[in-house]
Design a protein around this ligand. Sequence first.
Ligand SMILES: [Zn+2]
Ligand SMILES: [Zn+2]
Length: 357
Amino acid sequence: MTVTGHRRMSVLIPRNGLPPEILDRIVLLLVSDTAGFTAIASLSLVSWQFRQLAFRRYYATLRVRSARHWVRSCRIDGMYSWVRSLDTSTPFFQYKLDALSRFASLQDLTLDFSADGLATQRSRCLLLFKNVAAGLSSLKLTHLPRIDVTLLSLLAGRFPSLSNLDLSCTERLDEQCCWLCYEESSSCVVHSPIPDCFPSAERLAVCNSLSAVTPDHLPSHLQSVFGNALKPLRKLEHLFLGIFLSGADMLNCHFDRCATVVISSPRTGWYSSPPFGPDRCEICLVEHGATVRERERIASALLAKLLPSLETIGWSTYFAKDRPGDDVERKATVFARDSLEGKAAMGRRGSALDKAG
Ligand SMILES: [Zn+2]
Ligand SMILES: [Zn+2]
């Protein structure tokens, strides 16, 4: 071993003789405890080296709880190299937004857009994402007012290393209070962009063609718009687009039909039933369930064809079933391989029909 090697070892091995790897494992076990910072508080007081190990693990995930918490976190020495995963909300960056660009090791970013609206989403995204490290591998945006080509193009151009992209609008629908709140919340989010919620002709074309989807008529427009916007993401493995592929009219009809239902109360007499979604409405299930599931499968097949690295594609849905990929949180996941095989089968059926014609 060289002299330099000896010197390096003497710096790395603490006086108690425990190798740093073992210490690191101990810290990892402590941090995984739910006790929070108290779990590592004593350990961080032992020595400078113990403190560095403890903080590096503890701050690997930073959940920002307020604007003040963000500002205070940015003052901690070493924070910019420790944080790998950041979970926060957009208004917390009202101060020290430029500090975001110093998180050079950031791999995983989760952002809550509840505080933004349809008018502010674009400018907020432009401002935020130019300050985020381009090497991001996982990005999750929740409570988005809309998912459109502008957003997809921005993300694909800014973060080419993404392997996991999770965008969602539909959790902005408020079913916790009353029918009025449910309906009002639905007007502030593009939860179902089919058939004509998009402002430009190009995007309208996508939606119109999607509304006319049949198993033997695959819309190429979806590929040319959503798919092309995401095409720079060559490492993308998991994509979730939290929009409903049911028509926007379906929810409006559901409001008209079901919001007027009143039920009896033994204490207060009669009152309107608590709000519920089309997934608990027999009429909506029968009228739209099968069509929407078929749309989800076809749209997934189109995206999987254009984005070969994809393994799973998810959508928000009111029609999840008891089967692999579906869950009670109104999400449907299509496995890309399955959808590609489905697409190939449809292609064979289409060419057979052509010959027969
Ligand atoms: Zn209400
Ligand atoms: Zn209904």
